[in-house]
Design a protein. Structure first.
Ligand code: DON
Length: 527
């Protein structure tokens, strides 16, 4: 079964499974397909994380997060007065980190691919060359991109030759991207990091005043890391380690929640929402304080994800909201809106969870001339100035400060939940800072509230990230009586747009997948 944010990509994943490929093969083919059919977030010019568990129990985590170019520096997005330069970290060439996706997917293939590499990239080449019909969702997303058309003329590849936007049902053909993918198919990742595609990227950087050099590309490596692991009410949770905050913050939240009887409080009850947001704000405070790239900083990960620490954090929770400002003191000194997720399981029980991103929708909006793909604007995920919020309102300090060659802190949380040493849930979502709380809510919905995946992905969502000190809730998610009760407990609340686009597979007697109704995705089995 394959669950992605885009039906064409789901179908390619399923066709790889049908032709005898395993879940990793399907994940690689699906990843390249999303780079064609879901250009807002599927990518070869961005990065991500892949978590897999083979049926023999071997777990692999591949970090292909972007890195700061060697010429990056701490104050690069500040003016002489130390003020943040508007849009500098979010738009244009300077906002791009060194892309990781192509090396990441190749690493995945080396670890557990069973089909020829070329065969796995080929369906994406075909989709780019032959085109595919634009969905309602893609057409709307391309309309939102229109406002950047004047500043980034290369975005014309998403329009008719006469400049009119492509509408639903019309074909999106991406000839340059097809050629790029064809080189990746036949020559492997070196074509991207050292060959023709690398040269096109460096030329593009020169044209637009960006920092990425040949050396940055040549030096880029995807890294195998130990995922973080914990246990929630007897279920094993495996998720993304730093440089993502995803797994650490998720486990902190779940560990704190274990002390509360959520099941008898009931979903979306004011008690359950209160406990969940109290746990969330404490965990996000730690995110801002401690987490960053493990190749650059020491982090007290084991302590943060321990049950003992969760007990300490729980001890100052009460029936009333704890103001975020009173949580600003970190409890101990350390000792020393577009992304896409997909979930896959094959017939042998191998599972793969992948979250990839360009950061913002369509990343930096820069298309590499002659190569037809978008570059990320992931540099904004660094803390560009202590206390300065990024596009997701997240703040941070030195742990996530810019350094040459460093990976920026992420919230992506591809996650696998085991029951009795067997895969039980494979899940993840986009949503910037809301990724972790959405994954936590889905796990609680399934484990505590007994929902099936379709109910869990449809359930209304809420979110707290420490700062700002607000419970965000989706339009109409919480009835007035619950809102009133939460206000009496001292919470501030703010209604917002839909949160996330989760892709969940749950393994019961049957395999049951669900694609978030907030997006246009699809969950499909191979037989
Ligand atoms: O790595 C991160 O946490 C962000 N760059 C993810 C961005 C994202 O999820 C945007 N989606 N809506």
């Amino acid at each position: 079964m394959v669950s992605t944010a885009c039906p064409q990509a789901t179908e390619i994943g399923v066709s790889i499974l049908r032709s005898g490929g395993n879940a990793m093969d399907a994940a690689i083919a699906t990843g390249f397909a999303l780079a064609v059919t879901y250009p807002a977030a599927g990518n070869i010019g961005g990065g991500g994380f892949l978590l897999s568990r083979r049926s023999d129990g071997t777990i692999t985590f591949i970090d292909f997060r972007e890195k700061a170019p060697a010429a990056a520096s701490e104050g690069m997005y500040l003016d002489e007065g130390g003020n943040v330069i508007g849009n500098a970290s979010t738009l244009g060439h300077m906002s791009a980190g060194v892309p990781g996706t192509v090396r990441g997917l190749y690493e995945a293939w080396k670890v557990h691919g069973s089909r020829p590499w070329e065969e796995l990239v080929a369906p994406a080449v075909e989709l780019a060359r032959g085109g595919f019909p634009i969905s309602e969702e893609l057409s709307q997303s391309l309309m939102r991109l229109e406002k950047h058309g004047a500043a980034f003329p290369a975005l014309a590849i998403f329009r008719h030759e006469n400049g009119a936007p492509l509408g639903p049902g019309e074909m999106l053909v991406q000839g340059a991207l097809a050629k790029t993918l064809e080189m990746i198919a036949s020559d492997g990742p070196d074509s991207f990091y050292e060959g023709t595609i690398a040269s096109l990227m460096v030329e593009e950087m020169r044209r637009g005043g960006g920092l990425i050099t040949h050396e940055d590309l040549r030096n880029y490596r995807a890294v195998l890391r130990e995922p973080v692991k914990g246990v929630y009410r007897g279920f094993d949770i495996i998720s993304a380690p730093p440089p993502s905050s995803g797994g650490v913050v998720l486990l902190e939240i779940l560990n704190m929640l274990e002390g509360f009887d959520l099941a008898s409080a009931g979903p979306l009850s004011s008690r359950a929402v209160h406990w969940m947001v109290e746990a969330e704000k404490r965990a996000y405070r730690d995110r801002a304080t401690y987490l960053g790239d493990p190749d650059f900083i020491d982090m007290p990960v084991a302590r943060l994800i321990s049950k003992e620490y969760a007990g300490r954090l729980r001890s100052d929770m009460s029936e009333m909201s704890t103001p975020s400002s009173s949580l600003s003191q970190a409890p101990f000194d350390p000792e020393s809106e577009e992304t896409t997720h997909y979930s896959i399981i094959d017939g042998a029980g191998n599972v793969v969870a992948v979250t990839v991103t360009l950061n913002d929708s369509y990343g930096s909006k820069v298309i590499v001339g002659g190569a037809g793909f978008l570059l990320n604007n992931e540099m904004d995920d660094f803390s560009i100035k202590p206390g300065e919020p990024n596009i997701y309102g997240l703040t941070g300090g030195t742990a996530n400060a810019i350094r040459p060659g460093k990976r920026m802190l992420s919230s992506m949380a591809p996650t696998i939940v085991l029951r009795g040493q067997k895969p039980f849930i494979v899940l993840g979502t986009p949503g910037g800072s809301t990724i972790i709380t959405t994954v936590a809510q889905l796990i609680v919905d399934i484990i505590d509230f007994g929902m099936d995946p379709a109910e869990a992905v449809s359930a209304p969502r809420f979110h707290h990230q420490w700062l700002p000190d607000l419970i965000y809730y989706e339009n109409d998610a919480l009835p007035d009586s619950i809102l009133g009760d939460l206000r009496r407990r001292g919470h501030d609340l703010r209604e917002r747009d839909p949160i996330g686009d989760a892709q969940v597979i749950m393994i019961r007697e049957d395999r049951c997948g669900a694609s978030d109704p907030r997006g246009g995705g699809r969950s499909l089995g191979s037989n």
